[in-house]
Write a protein that binds this ligand. Structure first.
Ligand code: CAA
Length: 260
């Protein structure tokens, strides 16, 4: 289905879906229309059995410049509260059940940084810039930035970025564990596709439960998280892919997974 604000593609052979934000004239500012399109595209990825991994990306200059300032600047508090204009559909990305990679080139600032933080893995081009400059607009991060960034890179660095609006480059983001890897800008999509293909080739139940368990680490005390992980681990012994994966290992051959 064509979208007004997104370009999408899906390769049935590899199970990789790519969602590209496509408002280059506004540095992919996250308008209401774009967030609605994104919600719909992500719904489809979760529903389509053959999707094994999703890549969310932008353009060479910007992953996203954040919430669309021109669209929200005249909102009043009652409007923003009743419309719930940030949280209504923004958290959809964080709730995606399939693994999702943010392939970030250029600016990922404000809501753009927060959107990347909702993904499972951030792969950064060497020209990527991350930050939460909302304080300079008279507001503050409103889509999870103060919470997810603090969990990702720690309090001091988060405070510095959120209180000054300073942007950090890809090398600094890698040093502080925000991104899994930095690659040359021209190689970003090849690297993202290769990573996504590997993830999509894994048994689906194991991959989805692994994602669920890692995310659980951010929500619960350690003892509960360990218990949750153990139950998921044990439940995978009910799948054909577990039998195939372990048989193949013992028989020293490649595994042929049933769900992929
Ligand atoms: N909203 C609306 N339009 C935006 C935008 C945004 N968040 N970010 C960029 N644009 C538009 C610019 O207005 C400009 O449009 P015009 O040509 O019509 O003027 C176009 O995109 C190109 O941008 P620039 O000319 O500014 O590009 P630059 O390379 O000089 O600067 C930038 C890049 C530093 C990212 C700069 O665009 C910028 O500061 N953008 C705003 C970043 C920001 O403050 N984001 C936070 C938004 S609030 C938020 O996200 C709240 C939340 O937590 C959810």
């Amino acid at each position: 289905m064509p979208y007004e604000t997104l370009l999408t593609e899906f390769d049935e052979d590899t199970g990789v879906a790519v969602i590209q934000m496509n408002r280059p004239e506004a540095l992919n500012a996250l308008s209401e229309a774009m967030m609605n399109d994104l919600t719909s595209a992500l719904d489809r990825c979760d529903k389509e059995d053959k999707v094994g991994c999703v890549i969310l990306t932008g353009t060479k200059k910007a992953f996203s410049g954040g919430a669309d300032i021109k669209e929200i600047k005249d909102k009043t508090f009652p409007e923003s509260y009743y419309e719930d204009f940030i949280s209504r559909n923004w958290e959809r990305t964080a709730r995606l059940r399939k693994p999702i990679i943010a392939a970030v080139a250029g600016y990922a600032v404000g809501g753009g940084c927060e959107l990347a933080l909702m993904c499972d893995i951030i792969l950064a081009a060497d020209n990527a810039k991350f930050g939460q400059p909302e304080v300079r607009l008279g507001v503050m991060p409103g889509a999870g930035g103060t919470q997810r960034l603090a969990r990702a890179i720690g309090k001091s660095k988060t405070m510095e970025l959120c209180l000054t609006g300073r942007l950090m480059d890809a090398a600094e983001a890698e040093r502080f564990g925000l991104v899994s890897r930095v690659v040359k800008a021209e190689d970003l999509m090849d690297e993202a596709r290769s990573l996504a293909r590997t993830i999509a080739s894994m048994p689906m139940a194991g991959a989805m439960m692994t994602k669920e368990a890692v995310n659980y680490a951010y929500e619960t005390p350690l003892s509960q998280g360990i218990q949750f992980e153990r139950r998921l681990f044990q439940s995978l012994f009910s799948t054909a892919d577990q039998k195939e994966g372990m048989d193949a290992y013992v028989e020293k051959r490649s595994a042929h997974f049933r769900d992929k």
